[in-house]
Ligand binder design. Structure first.
Ligand code: F6P
Length: 331
């Protein structure tokens, strides 16, 4: 392949710019042309495609967000949108696509693959919700940001002997909540995976908070993923109310971390993953070895068929779950 296009799609993730940087560098090494698609799949449909060169990537390796822009694109779910996208791509002489995104972006890639488009996927989403890879680009940075916020909240909670309910991102996946809840020293962690099996029991949350009080803790902390009680817009407030109804003596504060988790300078780890996986993706495209995704397994770069990757169910890390239980951070 001599000419490829790059799309960053879905929610942005810190490290997407490092993907772009690495793609241009790796493509040049192989004398390939690189085109950037503006605003995700929507840009492919709207024919917003530009050729990229060094000037476009200078100084972006450490920038958050995505310089190409991204979007959630409903039109890509239609046959008409998909065909338009393919037509625009070939009109630019683009032979294959590198798609950086999460689960939804991979499904869009599968639709284009069915129309004969050669694609390689690079996992980039703070949710870390792709089961086939140990790590998605952006997850590490999002966890670092959330943990930093949690530490700051703890300082003030301890000073005032308060309890905090902290909501982090993760609509279907509790990886952020589990990781930051654990290393942030939460008393209780709530994740959607467990709630899907059986709704959480508020009495367990309250029991843990009051036990920890009896053990001498002045403050307390519950970390919840946004996927818990997702149907409620003000779910963190609701959880706070449920706790206070049962423990009226508590001074409880609710914090929803929100989009701060998606921004900021990508961590060294996320940048390294971006470089490693993107270089492999460009290599695959160059060889015409497509319909695949790259990932990280046991710290090494791997690739596998896109269909197989999408069939892998994402589950919570069992050993982390066991550790959380062993440390009394009930889930
Ligand atoms: O990118 C994943 C994610 O951050 C989810 O955790 C969250 O539910 C969603 O995106 C928010 O999307 P938006 O920014 O479009 O509201």
């Amino acid at each position: 392949m001599k000419s490829i296009g790059i799309i960053t799609s879905g929610g942005d993730a810190p490290g997407m710019n490092a993907v772009l940087w690495a793609a241009v560098k790796a493509a040049r090494f192989r004398n390939m042309k690189v085109y950037g698609v503006i605003n995700g799949y929507q840009g492919l449909i709207d024919n917003q495609i530009i050729e990229l060169n060094d000037r476009d990537i200078e100084g972006i390796i450490d920038r958050g967000g995505t310089r190409l822009g991204t979007a959630r694109c409903a039109a890509m779910l239609t046959r008409e949108g998909q065909e338009q996208a393919v037509q625009n791509m070939y009109a630019h002489g683009i032979e294959g696509l590198l798609v950086a995104g999460g689960d939804g972006s991979y499904r869009g890639a599968r639709d284009l693959t069915a129309l004969g488009v050669p694609i390689v996927g690079v996992p980039a989403t703070i949710d870390n919700d792709l089961g086939y890879t140990d790590n998605c680009i952006g997850f590490d940075t999002a966890c670092n940001t959330a943990v930093d916020c949690i530490s700051k909240i703890r300082d003030t909670m301890m000073s005032h002997s308060r309890v905090a309910v902290i909501e982090v991102m993760g609509r279907h996946c509790g990886d952020i909540a589990l990781t930051v809840g654990m290393v942030g020293g939460a008393d209780y962690i709530l994740v959607p995976e467990v709630e899907y099996e059986k709704p959480f029991d508020i009495d367990n949350v309250v029991q843990r908070l009051s036990q920890n009080r009896q053990f001498g803790n002045k403050s307390g902390m519950v970390v919840m993923a946004e996927g818990v009680m997702y149907e409620h817009k003000n779910r963190a407030e609701l959880l706070g109310q449920m706790i206070v109804e049962r423990m009226p003596q508590l001074d409880l504060k609710v914090n929803v971390l929100g989009h701060v988790q998606r921004g900021g300078t990508p961590s060294a780890r996320d940048r390294r993953y971006a470089l490693q996986m993107t270089e492999r993706a460009v290599q695959l495209l160059h060889h015409g070895d497509t319909g695949r995704v790259v990932g990280i397994k046991d710290s090494a770069v791997m690739d596998m068929p896109l269909d197989d990757a999408l069939a892998v169910k994402k589950v919570l890390n069992e050993s982390l779950l066991r550790l959380a239980h062993a440390l009394g951070q009930a889930i």
